[in-house]
Design a protein around this ligand. Structure first.
Ligand code: PHE
Length: 339
């Protein structure tokens, strides 16, 4: 009799039920009046008195095992059935909440679009750069203050490796690998060791422009920038160029546009001047052409570098730079309509 009970016990592990009916059939087979356990109970009456204790314990063990098995099967059947009943392909789906493009990406794409239409292609370069591409090849003197620890993040233990402080490094990379004519824009992230505030951040985005050909003049530069400003901010936008200094351009200028928020009459945004600075530019210094393997007797060029955050601030009237990197959805949601 003990063996028989053991056999039933062993067979339990093979039991399977994929729905409620199969489960009920198992219950009937084992636990109903005419089920296996009741049969064993009737046999139990004939067991010799000295074995009753052992056999009784074994039957109890079987009963518990059967009950446990059925409970286990019950659970898996009910989750399976719940899964199946959830699968209603005709049901209206939950709305999927789409993210929105980041304002910096929106504006960057718009700028890329404008320059693509003017014939510029896109070039890319590394954010972790060597001193040569960020500074030396761009005519920075060895003791130029921009190399100072205050502005530049150096990569530890490697004095020659920095996080690029401007996208002008890509100018140099393009010149050393490309035969003129060159007409590229280089969008990318740049890093400066600045205290974070509403007006400064330790990283931001620039778009560099570089044009090199045999006959390039400052007028060409001015016309391209004017076209850009009008495409970006509207046909009545004005520009003005102020003389400036960059080691890699000569002559150099900074460009302001008429404040598109007050229309040039003066507001808090343009500090009541009616003008906002959006980029630096100039004619590529012959030293830079030569340092990058381009014959400065044959070729000339212009370059410009604009700040994407600055243009986004103007376009969408954002007054705190920190909003761009905090990923607060209440801020990002405001750009849904801009898509
Ligand atoms: N690299 C300069 C900056 O970061 C901008 C610039 C680019 C100026 C190209 C002139 C020409 O401020």
């Amino acid at each position: 009799m003990l063996e028989k009970i053991q056999e039933v016990l062993n067979s339990l592990s093979d039991l399977k039920a994929s729905n409620a009916q199969e489960l009920e059939a198992i219950r009937i087979k084992y636990l109903s009046k005419k089920g296996i356990i009741n049969d064993l109970m009737s046999e139990f009456r004939n067991v010799a008195a000295d074995q009753k204790r052992e056999v009784g314990m074994k039957i109890n063990e079987l009963k518990t095992a059967v009950q446990d098995k059925i409970n286990g099967l019950k659970q898996s059947v009910s989750t399976q059935e719940a899964d199946q009943s959830d699968l209603d392909l005709t049901r209206t789906p939950y709305p999927i909440r789409l993210g929105t493009r980041h304002p910096i990406s929106l504006v960057r794409n718009e700028i890329i679009d404008i320059f693509s239409r003017l014939g510029f292609s896109i070039a890319d370069g590394p954010e972790v750069e060597d001193d040569w591409h960020v500074f030396s090849s761009l005519n920075f003197a060895p003791d130029h203050p921009a190399r100072d620890m205050q502005d530049t993040f150096f990569v530890e233990q490697q004095p020659d490796i920095v996080l690029r402080t401007h996208t002008s490094s890509v100018q140099s990379r393009v010149m050393e690998t490309t035969e003129p004519p060159i007409r590229v824009i280089c969008p990318g992230r740049v890093y400066r060791n600045e205290a974070i505030s509403a007006r400064a951040h330790c990283f931001f985005h620039q778009i560099e422009g570089l044009y090199i050909d045999k006959d390039v003049s400052f007028t060409d530069l001015k016309q391209v920038l004017l076209t850009f400003a009008r495409e970006m901010f509207g046909a009545d936008t004005k520009i003005r160029l102020r003389p400036s200094y960059f080691p890699f351009t000569e002559p150099s200028a900074e460009m302001d546009i008429s404040c598109n928020i007050c229309g040039g009459t003066g507001c808090g945004f343009c500090k009541h001047t009616g003008w906002v600075e959006i980029l630096g530019c100039g004619m590529v210094d012959p030293n830079v052409l030569e340092a990058n393997g381009i014959d400065s007797n044959v070729y000339k060029g212009y370059a410009f570098g604009l700040g994407v955050e600055r243009i986004t601030n103007l376009k969408y009237q954002v007054s705190d730079l920190r909003l761009f990197s905090e990923n607060d959805v209440r801020f990002l949601d405001e750009f849904t309509a801009a898509h």
